[in-house]
Design a protein around this ligand. Sequence first.
Ligand SMILES: Nc1ncnc2c1ncn2[C@@H]1O[C@H](COP(=O)(O)OP(=O)(O)OP(=O)(O)O)[C@@H](O)[C@H]1O
Ligand SMILES: [Mg+2]
Length: 428
Amino acid sequence: MRANRQNIQDHTIVGLDIGTATVTFVVCTQHDEGIEVIGIGESPTEGMQRGMVSNIEALVESIESAKAKASSMCMREIDRVMVGITGSHIRGTNSTGVVAIRGNEVTIDDIDRVTEAAQAVPISSGEKLLHILSQQYIVDGQTGIRHPLGMCGVRLEANAHVVTGSVSSIENLFKCVRSCNLQVDNVIINHIASGQAVLSEDEKALGVALLDIGHGTTDFAVYSEGSIVHSATFTTAGSMITQDIAVHLHTSQQEANRIKQTYGGAYTSSVDYSESFELTVIGEQRARQASRKYLVEVIEARLTEIFRLVKEELEQSGKIDLIRSGLVLTGGTSKLIDIEKLATTILGIPVRLGTTNYTGEMCELVGDPSFATGLGLCEYGSLIEEMETDLIGQRNIKNLPGNTASRAVSFIRKLFMREDHDLLQPHA
Ligand SMILES: Nc1ncnc2c1ncn2[C@@H]1O[C@H](COP(=O)(O)OP(=O)(O)OP(=O)(O)O)[C@@H](O)[C@H]1O
Ligand SMILES: [Mg+2]
């Protein structure tokens, strides 16, 4: 995706996707025409399980290795990153806040207060607020307002999707990032980042579901009228498919992963009985022939479980009627042949594959669904800066008394993370 913006100074934005299978850095420059990818760095991940840190030392090494590759490709020092986060600890809840408008028109201060009111969801002591994603504002009963600033009225309501995560899981991730001499610019849930990279604005407006099936996690988000209205994370993903193949075909995890990526598929009905492939079986010297139909049956069984989880989540959330544009699949596991056929059969809605929207330099490489999160993090970083620039540039804000420009920036940042988030402050 390339924004058509003016007045944005050239500078670098780095997305860091610490996936369960791969650590990915995407380095972009931001300029008038949008973002341009200038470097990427990938390294196999050690020390992550189902999207959460399981070995700090091993993960630091993986991040260092990917950072060195990205840095050498773009010939720049990398010292700040936008970090993606996922895992079963991430929780999204819809919430509403209401305040009285203090003057006769809505000011930044009113929006700030209504945002604070909307974040009042039950949060346990082990959880932290990550995002307050505004859905709509309501001024004196008028619904569907995206930009309430300056509107006349007496009562302001905000509907928001509030996202929280486990303090210890976030701290462990940040500890690893900081150990690599990287400052965390912002933290964004992978659901938002991937959605930014693969969904169109039209799809988000009409209503769409996004499913990022990775190695250790499957991130699910529902968008309606341009905003996230539901999010969930499942821990059934590609690693379980690999494990199933290893068990059913008596082979190593490494060989199972190879045959999954080379001969795998998602839809048994599309595979002919005559198709076969070679594999190495544990304890045997010579390679064996195996039926591709059987391999695909094993894969289809686990994918069916994932799509049934999605169906259940959609039914329970009551959001199924909102997804008029259907489901978009992304993440490395979405590369399984015919996966969209299986998803459509189970969910009964249109399904498409989500490669990234990016059309600039290196688009063939970063168009791959595995880059959805990393690229989306950069796009989100760019978007946040655009919004800050827009907000500061609005005359009605400039004319307000006090240090309004910095308040505006602080407000925008609050929507995506907590600027006062103690976890974002570097350790002394
Ligand atoms: N061509 C392919 N066919 C099938 N599966 C594939 C293919 N390419 C990659 N995968 C699988 O995709 C998974 C990796 O996807 P991805 O890079 O999105 O995960 P990740 O971001 O590292 O992990 P997560 O987001 O779950 O923490 C692995 O299980 C890998 O085996
Ligand atoms: Mg991922």
